[in-house]
Write a protein that binds this ligand. Structure first.
Ligand code: PCA
Length: 198
C-alpha cells in the first residue's frame, strides 16, 4: 500500500488550539483510498520545522506529502498554489523572528504545489465544502514547510505529489478567538476528500 505523510502544526501565536494537530493525529493509521496515512505534528520553529519534515520524509519514504496549517480568518479550505523562498515574521514559538531571508540561499525563488489542487477544489465544492485555491501561503512556517518538501523532492529528482492546504479555525478555537470557523468533523472530512484526489 502507498504511504501519505500528513502533517499538522502545534498551536502558535495568539491561537491556543491548532485544528491541524487533531486532524493529523486522528487520521494517523487510517487508510484513505490507496494511501495509509502517517500523521505527524510539526513544531512552529523556523530552525526546526523544515528539518522535521525532511526527517519524516527520509524515515517513512512516503509516496505523497500533504501538510496542513491553520489560516485563522479564512473561511474555506485553501490548497496553496505556491511556496516562496522567503522567511519572514511574525515571531515563532522559540522567539525567533526572521526578516525576509531566503530559506535556501541557492534555492529557486518559488515552487508550485505538485498536489492536484484543481481537482481538490472541484471535489470539495461538489461535496458541499467551500474551497478555493490560495495564491499565497505567506512567509511564515506553513510556507517554509511547503517549500522544504518541494525543494527536497526537486533536488532528489523524486516525482511525488507534495504541497500544502490551509484550513479555517475550528469552532473550539473560534469560541476562544472570534473568527470564521468550521466544525472539526467537517475539517477532517474535507481533508479526507482532498486526499482522495491524489
Ligand atoms: N499556520 C501557520 C504556521 C502554523 C500554522 O498552523 C502559517 O500559516 O504559517
Amino acid at each position: 500500500m502507498k504511504k501519505l505523510l500528513l502533517t499538522g502544526f502545534e498551536p502558535f501565536l495568539e491561537f491556543p488550539i491548532n485544528p491541524t494537530t487533531e486532524i493529523a493525529t486522528s487520521l494517523h493509521g487510517e487508510v484513505i483510498d490507496d494511501y495509509q496515512i502517517i500523521g505527524e505534528v510539526l513544531s512552529v520553529d523556523f530552525n526546526q520545522s523544515g528539518k522535521q519534515l525532511i526527517n519524516l520524509i527520509q524515515k517513512h519514504d512516503p509516496d505523497a506529502v500533504v501538510s496542513l496549517g491553520l489560516a485563522g480568518g479564512r473561511n474555506c479550505i485553501t490548497p496553496e498554489r505556491i511556496a516562496i523562498n522567503c522567511n519572514d515574521g511574525p515571531v515563532d514559538n522559540k522567539g525567533h523572528k526572521p526578516n525576509g531571508e531566503r530559506i535556501f540561499a541557492d534555492g529557486p525563488d518559488a515552487y508550485f504545489s505538485t498536489l492536484p489542487i484543481y481537482e481538490m477544489i472541484e471535489t470539495l465544492t461538489n461535496n458541499g465544502f467551500p474551497a478555493k485555491i490560495s495564491n499565497t501561503a505567506g512567509t511564515y512556517l506553513c510556507n517554509n514547510v511547503m517549500y522544504h518538501g518541494l525543494h527536497y523532492f526537486s533536488e532528489n529528482a523524486m516525482d511525488r505529489p507534495s504541497g500544502f492546504i490551509h484550513i479555517p479555525a475550528s469552532h473550539d478555537l473560534a469560541v476562544k478567538k472570534n473568527m470564521p470557523s468550521w466544525s472539526q468533523r467537517d475539517l477532517i472530512e474535507a481533508i479526507k476528500l482532498s486526499i482522495t484526489c491524489l
